[in-house]
Design a protein around this ligand. Structure first.
Ligand code: FAD
Length: 406
């Protein structure tokens, strides 16, 4: 096979987004995934969905996913944060973030996993500069001004550089000798979708419970996505229950404000960990998405952080190509590393600290954080800053996150 500009290992959401950003800007891309596109693209709702920050949604529109997602997303119009205990409900001091406080519009959108994957594949299929290959990458190398990967059937592919978008614990990063820092939280997220009697009004809720947070995120119609964190053993016990037993545990955790609830789709569990690659680059290699970092889902920032990597890397590579530079050279890849690694380490620390502060039943800590919620609620300037942060509208934003073309 001919050499291409970039080989992306992993066709998950981040790998697919990068392929489109680079392909649309004129680079030739080979996207390799061990699973066939038809397996990754499932039509039925399986309960998984994402909270996409305002900036992430701009990127999806910039790479042409807007029409396919039209009418399939739920705008997040507000976020209500409160402290609580199962059976006791939320504390009287809570914090409300309202999108009307910023001029950009909704803070973000909820979108189901299946709609995102279908939108990606519809745009990638037949793209003139993207070649999709079904295969498992077993080795890679960099020598001179080229990089290569080897697939399990012996096929060798060549490019100017490689991108590892191969998810948690990235085998590509490991092979390149990139070590990681992080730890397991001893917490597991129980993830499902529910149908409910009462409308959610576009409001997302975050209840901080001693074992971990419970997020209730609005989906189109009278449905919501649940990300419910428990200690590992308790999560395993709840997940093993039948649907009625599972719901019997879920109901008292958020009370009756949505009326009666029923499960919609499958139930998932995710062990929670912090995992940060010590370097986001290697020889003719860049890491994006979960391959580079895994953070606590407490702020729903996992995929958003990955899409920020995608936007930053695409901008660095496209600008380098326009200047006639070799896109795999260390100084080019360093620009990406400088842009993203510090920002990601800050996010990892912030989610870690929030989790430690809130997953705690110490009465003094509870009192302090309740007062903290009240103080933030009383200061509109601080609140607006936090809303803009949650919406992904702060910091040194890559062009795609500003809604501009590359
Ligand atoms: C409980 C939970 C809730 C979450 N909620 C949110 C949320 O609300 N908002 C949000 O923004 N994020 C959320 N996230 C995070 C989000 O799910 C991930 O960050 C995102 O899906 C990662 O995408 P990725 O493309 O980097 O990796 P992956 O989706 O893991 O994709 C990796 C791909 O690489 C392929 N692959 C791996 N190895 C090889 C190989 N050797 N050869 C070929 N192919 C290979 C795999 O088949 C796979 O398709 C949540 C995460 C959890 C755990």
């Amino acid at each position: 096979m001919d050499s291409t500009d970039v080989i992306i290992v992993g066709g998950g959401l981040n790998g697919s987004a990068l392929a489109l950003a680079l392909g649309d800007a004129g680079l030739r891309v080979t996207l390799v995934d061990r699973l066939a596109a038809s397996v990754r693209d499932s039509d039925s709702f399986d309960g998984r969905s994402y909270a996409l920050a305002h900036g992430s949604f701009r990127l999806l529109k910039a790479i042409g996913l807007g029409p396919a997602l039209d009418g399939k997303t739920q705008p997040i119009l507000g976020i209500k944060v409160s402290d609580g205990r199962a059976g006791e409900g939320a504390s009287p001091l809570h914090l409300v973030f309202d999108h009307a406080e910023i001029e950009e519009g909704p803070m973000g959108w909820m979108v189901e996993d299946r709609h995102l994957r279908q939108a990606f594949l519809a745009r990638i299929d037949g793209h003139p500069r993207i070649t999709q290959i079904e295969g498992t990458v077993t080795d890679h190398a960099a020598a001179g001004n080229a990089a290569s990967v080897t697939l399990s059937d012996g096929t060798a592919l060549h490019a100017a550089m490689l991108v590892a978008a191969d998810g948690v614990g990235s085998p590509t990063a490991r092979r390149a000798g990139i070590t990681r820092q992080g730890w397991r939280y001893g917490q597991t997220a129980l993830v499902c979708a529910i149908e409910h009697d009462q409308p959610h009004g576009g409001i997302a809720h975050q209840f901080f419970m001693p074992p971990g947070p419970l997020a209730i995120l609005p989906l189109p119609g009278n449905r919501s996505s649940i990300v419910w964190t428990e200690r590992d053993a308790e999560a395993a016990r709840i997940q093993a229950l039948d649907d009625a037993g599972y719901l019997a545990h879920l109901r008292p955790r958020f009370g009756s404000f949505l009326g009666d609830i029923a499960l919609a789709g499958a139930r998932f569990t995710y062990p929670l960990e912090l995992s940060l690659a010590r370097s986001f680059t290697g020889a003719r290699l860049a890491l994006v998405g979960d391959a580079a970092h895994r953070v606590h889902p407490i702020a729903g920032q996992g995929l958003n952080a990955g899409l920020k990597d995608v936007a930053a890397l695409a901008e660095v590579l496209v600008d380098a190509r326009r200047r006639g530079e070799d896109i795999g050279r260390a100084d080019v890849l360093d620009r990406y590393q400088r842009w993203r690694r510090f920002d990601t380490a800050t996010l990892a620390l912030a989610t870690d600290s929030i989790n430690r502060l809130f997953s705690n039943d110490n009465p003094l800590v509870r009192a302090a954080r309740d007062i903290g919620l009240g103080v933030v609620g009383a200061l509109p300037g601080l609140r607006r800053g936090l809303i803009r942060e949650a919406a992904g509208l702060t910091g040194d934003l890559p062009r795609l996150l500003q809604g501009r073309v590359l």
